[in-house]
Design a protein around this ligand. Structure first.
Ligand code: SAM
Length: 285
């Protein structure tokens, strides 16, 4: 039981009847931007914690699961991704992972709220270490608008690293947005969407896949992975591909990768593609 002088940050997931908590020492920052509220806490055991609209976004200790799994499965599936776009991703962790791939010539991050990135630079500098890479471009506009105006067939990978489908991110989870992604992608291009918790958000995950199919993405694969600081601690990313299937990935390339990771490797990639039985049945329906 918490002792009297201990302070805890708790995030309640009413819809799931669960919550997650972090023992904290102090709140380092709090502000309301034109888009959302942002807090940064110092914790006793998880490093820094960023919270947006009351939801845990990133901790120093466990962000690697998510950032690596949002980037590397798609990049080791595509034969040679040269132009990559991250929609959202304001903490810059996904951008850092994308830029570990030498074949990437351009990585554009389209984040609606510049304050998220400025606070990440201050409290999560390790996630921002690639922001000055000459291949990186940071834009601070609405990703929905940017994708709608993107020149057709100019992108190889689109990674949607957004908050939950409420508020500014709501329009990143529907058929109209996925249609704009399909138009912007070259043939063989891959869309990656953070697709929430298979345990707590299964109806949403099914809707994401239905909307992707409705937009014209025939091939889809949902990968699962641990993400301790998110609801249920078990998360997913759904990959969808334009005009080509998603059966294989560059296993040899993943085995021979020339950069460090904490979680991702070829075996983890293969394991993440394995579908738990309840999920296989639910997503086949
Ligand atoms: N890893 C987190 C998760 O899975 O919840 C997401 C990380 S990142 C902090 C999410 C970012 O999406 C936020 O910085 C938010 O400002 C951004 N975002 C939300 N809606 C957006 C939109 N329409 N265009 C661009 N960025 C958006």
């Amino acid at each position: 039981m918490p002792t009297q002088q201990e302070q805890w940050f708790d995030e309640r997931h009413g819809y799931a009847g669960s919550s997650i908590g972090f023992r904290v020492t102090q709140r380092l920052h709090a502000e309301r931007t034109p888009f959302q509220s942002i807090e940064v806490w110092d914790t006793t055991d998880w490093g820094k914690l960023m919270v947006i609209d009351g939801c845990t976004m990133v901790t120093t200790r466990d962000n690697f699961f998510y950032h690596e799994m949002m980037a590397h499965p798609a990049l080791f599936t595509h034969p040679r991704a040269r132009r990559v776009v991250v929609i959202g991703g304001g903490d810059c962790g996904t951008l850092r992972e994308v830029l570990k791939h030498d074949e990437v010539e351009s990585a554009i991050q389209v984040e609606i709220d510049e304050r998220v990135t400025r606070l990440a630079e201050q409290y999560f500098p390790e996630l921002c270490e690639s922001n000055n890479d000459p291949r990186a471009q940071l834009l601070f506009i609405d990703g929905i608008q940017w994708m709608a105006e993107c020149e057709p067939e100019t992108l190889d990978i689109v990674i949607v690293d957004s908050t939950d489908p409420i508020g500014p991110a709501e329009g990143l989870f529907n058929e109209a947005f996925y249609k704009s992604c399909l138009k912007a992608l070259r043939n063989g291009g891959i869309l990656v969407q953070q697709s929430e918790s298979p345990l707590a958000h299964l109806p949403l995950l099914k809707n994401i896949r239905k909307a992707m199919k409705g937009a014209g993405f025939q091939a889809q694969r949902t990968l699962t992975f641990p993400q301790p600081c998110y609801p249920t601690g078990w998360w997913s990313a759904t990959l969808a591909r334009k005009g080509v299937d998603l059966e294989d990935f560059r296993e040899r390339g993943a085995e021979m990768k020339q950069f460090p990771t904490c979680y991702y490797n070829a075996q983890i990639h293969k394991a993440a593609l394995a579908m738990p039985e309840f999920l296989r049945e639910a997503l086949q329906a």
